[in-house]
Design a protein around this ligand. Structure first.
Ligand code: NCD
Length: 501
């Protein structure tokens, strides 16, 4: 059997196609056995009496109930809360204190839903037991994507080659973000996005799908469902997420504007094969799917919700059997690659940067800064004083450049990293007695901690949450710079840099 190597289920990005397929295969087998409690011979003794902490800091019906039902079917106990009303969260308790407390009650697996993006990842970093992300803000909902793909496999026999329209609130709907990421692992997928302009799929999600491993995957936009209804196998409808709009009258007006025109009715579907999916709940005031669709063979959303139970049973079993048999994949925290310098040979210590050396007996000379970025470097390093500055001068290698010199100063590691973030191609020269004694480019580690602030206002790391989560970013590329928040997964480049104070 394929070995499931994940410690946690936080994002679809961590789950391979093989894992997705093997989870679905097992869930389909479980479904054949029926929804009743598992037969005793199927129960894993090591799961008996284990405790699931089901922590829902946000509303839920299906996701919570199916995880809890699945746990009980496997012989586990369940504790936790459904919504923060009546909990000490209301008294200002930090997220991580609440989580740790359930670990003290011996919970051996956590299912966490939270309005702040990245909260489940933060818990997974702190806990020594598995965490399942049951939805974090608008970011992701990985187990929903698995049950969505299970439903498509069940109905269409395979996922490769699927043509699907994603409809509704593609900006705030976390289920569509995870589904799109999951589909990117398959072949010949055609995705069509249909959303009001203000609720369209984030551009980074579209780009990631378009650059996914399979070049035959295509993603397009359409103005209305009618345009594509005959061309797709699946229409994945989502609720307009009212709770993600601002409170008050302005938010309400904005919401009312975008809820019009996304209603699927029996008459639209007349004679059409496309299966209708929806993560549910649908909204009775809007009826993005009309009641009269429920009886049609196109209404896949009922079975879709049922499939959640089986997917979650498989996940609980695998996560718990994995850790108890010592199969713990995914390093808890990656130790950043600590190599800082990429040395460049020094040809003649006195000739290197000779125009500046006469003014710099000892110190640091930063060369090859992109023209116009010298002042940004100064600002970020807070080193306006004691410097030598040449602006927009000719460079044989880059056309134009800025150069900075700091007499009697060696930059700290953090200062060098900040420099590389702002101007990744810069070369740093260390000067002693008018000779360059070391020259190099700064190599960013694979993870940077602190230094910058996540650009996503809904991220758990933002100061206004008062959660004091240590900031952490994966460096996906240095040139051009591409960072990704370790928690909420938001990618950003140099233009999105905001420095930590
Ligand atoms: C979705 C969610 O919470 O993200 N529901 C679910 O988990 N099945 C979608 C929604 O709330 O609209």
């Amino acid at each position: 059997m394929h070995v499931f190597m994940l410690k946690d289920v936080i994002t679809v990005r961590d789950i391979s196609r093989e894992d997705i397929e093997s989870v679905i295969r097992e869930a389909l087998e479980r479904k054949k056995a029926g929804p009743q409690r598992l037969k005793p011979e199927l129960l894993k003794p090591e799961l008996q009496g284990k405790l699931l902490a089901s922590l829902f800091f946000e509303e839920s019906t299906r996701t919570r109930q199916s995880h809890e039902r699945a746990a009980r079917n496997l012989g586990m106990d369940v504790c936790g809360f459904a919504g923060i009303e009546g909990t000490s969260v209301k008294k200002g308790e930090p997220f991580i204190d609440t989580v740790r407390m359930f670990r003290n009650y011996a919970a051996s697996l956590f299912v966490i839903r939270h309005p702040k993006e990245g909260a489940p990842r933060y818990a997974a970093d702190v806990l020594d037991v598995p965490v399942i992300n049951a939805g974090d803000g608008c970011n992701s909902h990985p187990t929903q994507a698995l049950l969505d793909l299970m439903t498509m496999t069940e109905k269409l026999g395979k996922i490769d080659g699927i043509k699907i329209a994603l409809v509704g609130d593609l900006k705030n709907g976390r289920t569509t973000h995870s589904l799109l990421q999951a589909l990117a692992s398959f072949k010949n997928i055609s995705v069509c996005l249909i959303a009001p302009e203000s609720l369209c799929m984030p551009s980074h999600a579209v780009e990631e799908f378009a650059s996914s491993a399979s070049s035959e995957n295509i993603i397009t936009l359409a103005g209305s469902l009618q345009e594509v209804l005959d061309k797709v196998d699946v229409v994945y409808v989502t609720r307009i997420q009212r709770e993600r709009f601002p409170e008050g009258i302005e938010g309400e007006i904005e919401y009312q504007k975008v809820t019009k025109g996304y209603n699927i009715t029996r008459s639209i579907l007349e004679g059409r094969k496309a299966g209708i999916m929806h993560p549910l709940p649908r909204n009775k005031h809007v009826l993005e799917i009309h009641f009269d669709v429920d009886q049609l063979p196109n209404a896949w959303y009922i079975q879709q919700a049922e499939n959640g139970l089986y997917i979650r049973e498989v996940l609980l079993r695998r996560l718990l059997s994995g850790s108890s048999s010592g199969i713990v994949g995914q390093a808890k925290t990656e130790n950043g690659n600590l190599r800082l310098w990429q040395d460049i040979p020094i040809k003649d210590g006195q000739k290197q940067g000779e125009h500046f050396l006469y003014r710099l007996d000892n110190g640091t000379l930063i060369d090859h800064i992109e023209a116009g970025y010298g002042h940004v470097v100064l600002h970020v390093l807070g080193l306006q004083e004691q410097m030598i500055y040449a602006r927009d001068i000719r460079s044989s290698r880059f056309g134009r450049k800025d150069v900075l010199g700091f007499p009697e100063k060696e930059l700290t590691e953090n200062e060098l990293r900040l420099l590389a973030l702002v101007t990744p191609r810069a070369t740093v020269n260390i000067i002693r007695d008018r000779r360059v004694i070391r020259k190099g480019k700064i190599v960013l580690p694979s993870i940077i901690e602190g230094l910058v602030v996540c650009p996503n206002a809904r991220c758990i790391t933002q100061d206004d949450n008062y959660e004091r989560v240590p900031r952490k970013f994966a460096v996906e590329s240095q040139e051009p710079l591409k960072l990704r928040c370790h928690y909420c997964e938001t990618p950003f480049g140099r233009e999105g840099l905001k420095f930590a104070s």
